[in-house]
Design a binder for this molecule. Structure first.
Ligand SMILES: CC(C)(COP(=O)(O)O)[C@@H](O)C(=O)NCCC(=O)O
Ligand SMILES: [Mn+2]
Length: 910
């Protein structure tokens, strides 16, 4: 069994089956059987997967592994390749597009983490089992197809078995029994038109939902639940608008499909269709097709970007001899009459450029819709108008034109706003109409939007079936490389040609205000995480903005883009090495680099493409891309090596500290944290340094260079709070949350000694660490072992860790005293809920939120958590922000200093 402990992930498909492998397979099969799935040992093939048989659950056992202790009765089994287990689907079948929203729930992959159990008990958090939540964790996917290619859509549904989901009597999404005909919610005219086809091909009935009901339900959900959903778009400039949920209603919803509906929305389910116009997207497409011979809507739109409407529209200047009609506020360039020039010229259709016709038509229709919308808003005293529907398609020019009209006619009083998920309102509304899934109760902080490979496509251009597994994704990347196609963005999902829309090439025409599809907004996959909470110690959660650096500033974006691009080869090397340097790992590494570069390129073109962009988002995107290509922990061996080296010198450090006076010790401890923060594999400058000496040499060098005053130096105020002053006795903090950063010296020689000091002074310490790896950051899973090793050299840490239940495995012989002190737990480890070098405190784990309730001190450590994010955050309790600045530009911009300067910012409770 020793082999299992050494290598937690065992391949199940190897030619020669080891005893351990047989046991894993048996355990998997037993588990499936227990859970009511197809657990028939005799029938289960031993190959890659248990093959699909109709309604049965599909299990992919490849690379199955027992997590943690394989000798436990009911070990947790990780199925890394098991796809989403239960899905659910709703459709909006329009005249030109089918919009599809589907939900997938992941197999519960939570590991059997002892730390978690103890923490939950200590903090009084109820069982984290998903069934105790009113809503399910999972993902909401947005996909669209062309209606004329409905068979592609049916194939997609069938390949993903989406039509097999159902809702059981408890309101949980579950598998529909084989004998029961599944029902799918659908809206749009196609729900009637194609009902028979769905029955025939998939054996499902379409349950038709009213289109208006769906539009409104979809819009209300999005506006309440998604942080960066609504935005304004004026003269090419996009700005996200924070909608106050308590001040959302009433508003005017204008849905521009083939025709246009204008709906006054007063609340959930409370609305009235107050107007509409028959001049809409269908008009543009229909007339445009006749006049230009374009083959598709997008082609027509693309044409408009190269158009000049002055050749065909009659302008005020044409009537007034080139002059403005200033008396009534009309400039010479204002369109007096759309297509008006065509009446006075002896030209035939062929004499006009299709580009100009398309633009003229687009402006005519957009202005008209903008104007009618405003008049209706005026009619009902509505200030806000949200535009949705697939006519807009995130097209910059369309949005600018509509905004211009609303602004012009309202004299700036009313505002046109657009929605990132504009095309999915109906489908989302149909999805919401399934009863009891609890989605409508979701809060903003429980939704995390991610942009996996392919996600850029779902919101941008229409495309064929998205990719399935990892191998398929990599193959696509390779094909594109072979073809020499430059992938700038979005990341390809289907071969060029299959979309019939010209696919993925870089938009060819950009310039002036006529921006191309580059401005199309993308939607990602919405992860629903019911366990996420807002960090309760934020002084003002509504005003909280995690990012210090706003990347909507193009210079900043360009700089960080370069930094991340240059770091990429080294990161790929580390990632590939972490997976044994195999050919498979190399392929994945290459694909990862291409996908991440494509995202970067996309964001360079359109920084707001994925919502408001800050540096933290970019850094997290990089980690997400690594995970997407199954790089679970790129810095694993580096972290291990640095932990070992640091643990070896810890006893000397502790002895040195113990020989000091209280005051010198506190200063040395803070100095130690700052000095050890130099071990950061995300910083180019630091990585260069590491070639120049051993870990301990660099640590010593860094400590020797510590000179006060630091660039930001509130140490004296902090010291007074900790040690008191001549006339003020100190009173220890009750509980401190230490947001730790890097592995190795950073945690072992920096944060742990500081934690020890706090414990010694009677403060409970909670070490807060990442849930998932990011660069060389220590994770919550790794900390108990590190603490256990450190505790071997230190009684204070040992006793505290025992009492906190951290040493259950590591120090069996000293467990006796551990149960005495359950009300006060001197040392705990909790996970923070994220897998990024930064932290957005609006979305943290429930255990961190629970641990925060009694905390009166928080210590944020490292550049990611204390500078890139949270530098300006204010807290209800005392806060200490500690970091070494390992980037010259950041040092200059943030603290007017230099690289390797330090920040010790102390802010008493506000
Ligand atoms: C990713 C990081 C925020 C991690 O820093 P840490 O939180 O570990 O102190 C930091 O390494 C970083 O900003 N790196 C990019 C900048 C550079 O290479 O200079
Ligand atoms: Mn870090």
């Amino acid at each position: 069994m020793a082999g299992l402990k050494d290598d937690p992930v065992l391949g199940i498909n190897d030619m020669i089956e080891t005893r351990e492998e047989t046991e894993i397979k048996d355990a998997v099969i037993d588990k499936v059987r227990e859970e009511g799935g197809q657990g028939d040992r005799e029938m289960a093939p031993m190959g890659n997967s248990i093959h699909r048989s109709g309604s049965r659950p599909q299990l992919d056992l490849s690379k199955a592994a027992i997590q943690g202790n394989s000798e436990e009765r009911d070990p947790t089994i990780l199925l890394p390749n098991q796809s989403d287990d239960i899905s659910h689907l709703a459709l909006d079948i329009g005249g030109s597009l089918i919009k599809l929203v589907y939900f997938s729930r992941h197999e519960d992959r939570t590991i059997n983490d002892k730390r978690k159990k103890t923490v939950k008990e200590r903090l009084g958090i109820s069982n984290g089992n998903r069934r105790s939540y009113p809503i399910l964790g999972g993902r909401l996917h947005f996909v669209k197809f062309e209606t004329r290619k409905i068979n592609e859509c049916l194939d997609f549904i069938s390949s993903k078995q989406l039509h097999r989901g159902g809702i059981d009597t408890h309101g949980w999404l579950s598998e529909a029994p084989a004998n029961c005909s599944a029902v799918i919610k659908a809206t749009g005219g196609g729900a009637y038109k194609f009902a028979d086809l769905f029955k025939e091909r998939l054996g499902v009935s379409l349950d038709k939902e009213d289109e208006m009901d769906c539009l409104v339900a979809g819009a209300n959900f999005l506006l309440k639940a998604i942080r960066h959903e609504a935005f304004t778009h004026m003269e090419g400039h996009k700005e996200f608008v924070q909608i106050d949920h308590n001040d959302l209603f009433p508003y005017l919803l204008v849905n521009i499909g083939s025709g246009v509906s204008m709906i006054k929305v007063d609340g959930d389910g409370k609305f009235e269709r107050v107007s509409g116009t028959n001049v809409g997207g269908g008009t543009y497409w229909g007339l445009g097709r006749l006049l230009t011979k374009c083959k598709s809507f997008d082609e027509l739109l693309e044409l408009s970007q190269r158009g000049d409407n002055r050749t065909i529209d009659m302008l005020v200047g044409d009537i007034y001899g080139g002059m403005d009609y200033s008396k009534i506020g009309l400039s010479a360039s204002t369109i007096a009459s759309s297509f008006g020039k065509a009446i006075s010229e002896k030209k035939e259709l062929e004499d006009y450029r299709p580009e100009d016709i398309s633009l003229s038509l687009l402006r005519m229709i957009s202005y008209n819709i903008g104007q009618i919308s405003y008049l209706n808003a005026l009619r009902f005293g509505l200030k806000r108008i949200f535009f949705g529907g697939f006519f807009i398609r995130g097209h910059a020019y369309t949005m600018d034109t509509i905004s211009f009209a609303v602004h012009f006619w309202s004299k700036g009083d009313a505002q046109a706003m657009f929605l990132r998920h504009e095309g999915f309102l109906g489908a989302l509304g149909a999805f919401m109409s399934y009863e009891k899934h609890g989605l409508d109760d979701l809060m903003v902080h429980q939704l995390v939007e991610r942009f996996p490979m392919g996600a850029p496509y779902t919101g941008g251009k229409i495309h064929g079936p998205p990719l399935g597994d990892l191998n398929e994704k990599i193959s696509w990347m390779e094909k594109f490389v072979l073809k020499g196609t430059e992938i700038t963005a979005p990341v390809p999902m289907a071969p060029p040609g299959t979309t019939g829309l010209g696919g993925f090439e870089v938009p060819s025409s950009k310039g002036g205000t006529l921006r191309s599809d580059a401005s199309a907004l993308n939607v990602g996959v919405l992860h629903l995480v019911p366990t996420l909470e807002v960090f309760p110690l934020l002084a003002d959660p509504k005003m909280y903005e995690p990012n210090t650096i706003d990347l909507s500033d193009h210079n900043e974006l360009e700089y960080w883009f370069t930094v991340l691009s240059e770091h990429l080869p080294d990161l790929v090397d580390k990632a590939v090495a972490s997976e044994g340097g195999t050919d498979d790992a190399k392929r994945r590494g290459d694909a990862f680099a291409r996908v991440f570069s494509a995202h970067l390129a996309r964001l360079m073109e359109e920084p707001a493409a994925y919502g408001k962009l800050g540096l933290a988002n970019l850094l997290e995107l990089r980690e997400e891309c690594l995970r997407e290509f199954h790089f679970v922990d790129a810095y694993r061996s580096i972290k291990q090596r640095e932990n070992e080296a640091s643990l070896a010198v810890l006893p000397d450090l502790l002895m040195e500290l113990d020989s000091m006076t209280e005051e010198t010790r506190l200063l040395t401890l803070i100095e130690g944290v700052l000095a050890a923060n130099i071990f950061d594999w995300g910083s180019r400058a630091c990585v260069d340094l590491y070639h120049k000496g051993t870990i301990i040499e660099i640590y010593r060098m860094s400590r020797n260079k510590m000179q006060r005053p630091w660039r930001v130096d509130d140490f004296d105020v902090f010291k007074e709070r900790m040690l008191g002053s001549a006339d003020k006795k100190p009173h220890p903090h009750k509980r401190a949350l230490l947001f730790v950063d890097n592995s190795g010296a950073d945690i072992v020689l920096g944060m742990l000694p500081l934690a020890r000091e706090l414990i010694r002074r009677g403060t409970e310490v909670v070490l807060v660490a990442n849930s998932l790896p990011a660069l060389n950051d220590a994770t919550a899973m790794e900390l108990p072992d590190i603490v256990a090793e450190a505790a071997k050299h230190c009684d204070i840490l040992r006793r505290a860790a025992e009492a906190g239940g951290l040493l259950v495995d590591a120090m069996i012989n000293t467990l006796d005293g551990s149960k005495e002190n359950t009300s006060s737990v001197p040392l705990m480890v909790v996970e923070n809920g994220c897998g990024s070098p930064c932290i957005d405190l609006r979305q943290v784990s429930s255990e961190l939120a629970a641990a925060a309730k009694d905390a009166d001190l928080i210590i944020l450590e490292g550049m990611g958590r204390a500078l890139h994010t949270n530098f300006n955050a204010r807290f209800k309790c005392d806060a200490l922000k500690l970091a070494m600045v390992k980037n010259q530009r950041l040092a200059e911009n943030l603290i007017k200093g230099n690289i390797y300067d330090c920040v010790c910012r102390y802010e008493p409770a506000s």
